[in-house]
Design a protein around this ligand. Structure first.
Ligand SMILES: NC(=O)c1ccc[n+]([C@@H]2O[C@H](COP(=O)([O-])OP(=O)(O)OC[C@H]3O[C@@H](n4cnc5c(N)ncnc54)[C@H](OP(=O)(O)O)[C@@H]3O)[C@@H](O)[C@H]2O)c1
Length: 338
C-alpha cells in the first residue's frame, strides 16, 4: 500500500510518500480500500510536533477515510466486501488501505461521494457534540461559530441552521458569501474588524447563547465578554498557536498563557457554562458516536446538510494540501485521493 509517513517534525516537506505491506485484517476489523482521506487541522499540528495526541515519529496521521470494504475479520457480520463506507481512524488515514475496528465504520448511501463522505466523521461529529451535547444548542438560540470556513465550521453552520439557531460566524471575507449560502445569518471578517463589537451590535448588546471556539488563546477572554447569561462556551482547539503554518514555541506559549484560568466562583456569578471537547478522546463512546453518525447521514439523505469539499489533492501531494490549509485557502474540507 501507499502511505504518507512523517519521520520528524517540520514543514509540509516532511510528508513523504512510502510503500509498505498492506495491513492484515484482525478479528473484529474491516479493511477498507481508501478512495478519500480527510485532512484535519490536527494533522498539521501533528506534523509540526505540536499535537500531544499524535503517535511518535515515524507515524502516519489521518483521522478519517471513505472507500469500499475489501475484507472483514472474524466476527464481523455488519459489513461485506464491496460495501461503501466511511470510518474514523485512530491515525493512519493517509494510506490507500486501512484496517479499522468495525465499530468505527459507517455504511454510506450511493448518492454520497467518497470525498464528501470523508468530510463527515471528524467535522460533523465534532460540530454536533459542540452544538447539541456540550453546548445545549436549541432552536431560537444564537450561536457564534468561529472559523466558519473550516471543515468543522461549515458543518456547525449547517447543523445549527437545520436546528433553527441563528448563526453568527467569523471567517476571512472571501468566504462570507458561501457561508451565508450554508446558513450563516451574519458573517464577521475577524481579520479586519473586532468580532466583540460586531457581535454586540448584531445581538442588541445581549451577546450570544453559545460559542464554538477552535482558536483558543486570547480569543477565549473575548468570547466570554459576548456570552449571554446562561450561555455555553465550547472550546475545542488551539489554532491561535499556529502562525503561517509553521511551528513556533513562542506563539504556542503565548496562546496558552493568554487563555483565562477559569475560577468556579466567577462562573457562578456569570451564569456561564464552559466546556472542552476532544473527539480524539472519545474512542470509548463509539455507541454514542454511532447514533450521531446515523442522524447525520439521515440529515444528508433528507438534503438538510451537505458536506463542502474545498479541494481534492492526490495522496502524494499531501504537503501541498497542508500548505493550502495553512495559507487559509480552504473553504470546507480538504481531501487526499489515492
Ligand atoms: N477537539 C476536537 O475534537 C477537534 C476536532 C476537529 C477540529 N478541531 C479543531 O478545530 C479547528 C478547525 O479544524 P478544521 O479541521 O475544521 O480546520 P480547517 O478546515 O483546516 O480550517 C482551516 C481554516 O482555519 C482558519 N484559521 C484560523 N486560524 C488559523 C491559523 N492559525 N492558521 C491557519 N488557518 C487558520 C482559516 O480560515 P479563516 O482564514 O477563514 O479564518 C483556515 O482556512 C482546529 O483548531 C482543530 O484543531 C478540534
Amino acid at each position: 500500500m501507499k502511505q504518507i509517513v512523517i519521520r520528524r517534525a517540520g514543514g509540509p516537506e516532511v510528508l513523504e510518500l512510502h510503500e509498505a505491506p498492506d495491513p492484515v485484517v484482525g478479528p473484529g476489523e474491516v479493511v477498507i480500500a481508501v478512495r478519500a482521506s480527510g485532512i484535519n487541522f490536527a494533522d498539521l499540528m501533528a506534523r509540526m510536533g505540536m499535537y500531544p495526541d499524535a503517535p511518535p515519529f515515524p507515524c502516519v496521521v489521518g483521522y478519517e477515510v471513505a472507500g469500499t470494504v475489501s475484507a472483514c475479520g472474524e466476527g464481523v457480520t455488519s459489513f461485506e466486501r464491496g460495501d461503501r463506507v466511511m470510518a474514523l481512524t485512530r491515525f493512519g488515514g493517509y494510506q490507500d488501505v486501512v484496517a479499522v475496528p468495525a465499530t468505527q465504520v459507517f455504511p454510506i448511501p450511493d448518492s454520497l461521494s467518497f470525498s464528501a463522505a470523508a468530510a463527515i466523521p471528524v467535522n460533523y461529529f465534532t460540530a454536533w457534540l459542540a452544538l447539541f451535547v456540550l453546548g445545549n444548542g436549541r432552536a431560537d438560540d444564537t450561536v457564534l461559530v468561529h472559523n466558519g470556513g473550516g471543515g468543522v465550521g461549515i458543518a456547525a453552520i449547517q447543523l445549527a441552521r437545520a436546528a433553527g439557531l441563528t448563526v453568527v460566524t467569523t471567517a476571512s471575507s472571501w468566504k462570507h458569501e458561501e457561508l451565508r449560502r450554508n446558513g450563516a445569518d451574519t458573517c464577521i471578517d475577524y481579520r479586519t474588524e473586532d468580532f466583540v463589537e460586531a457581535v454586540r451590535a448584531v445581538t442588541d448588546r445581549r451577546g450570544v447563547d453559545l460559542i464554538l471556539d477552535p482558536l483558543g488563546g486570547p480569543n477565549i477572554r473575548k468570547d466570554l465578554s459576548v456570552l449571554a447569561p446562561l450561555g455555553h462556551l465550547v472550546g475545542f482547539g488551539l489554532s491561535d498557536s499556529v502562525r503561517n503554518g509553521r511551528r513556533s514555541m513562542a506563539r504556542m506559549l503565548r496562546s496558552v498563557f493568554l487563555m483565562p484560568r477559569i475560577n468556579m466562583v466567577s462562573l457562578f456569578n456569570r451564569n456561564h457554562a464552559i466546556a472542552g471537547l476532544n473527539l480524539g478522546h472519545l474512542w470509548s463512546e463509539m455507541d454514542r458516536l454511532r447514533g450521531i453518525g446515523d442522524e447525520i447521514l439521515t440529515m444528508y439523505e433528507a438534503g438538510t446538510i451537505s458536506p463542502v469539499v474545498a479541494w481534492e489533492f492526490p495522496l502524494a501531494a499531501a504537503g501541498e494540501a497542508h500548505t493550502f490549509i495553512a495559507e487559509r485557502k480552504n473553504l470546507g474540507k480538504v481531501i487526499l485521493v489515492p
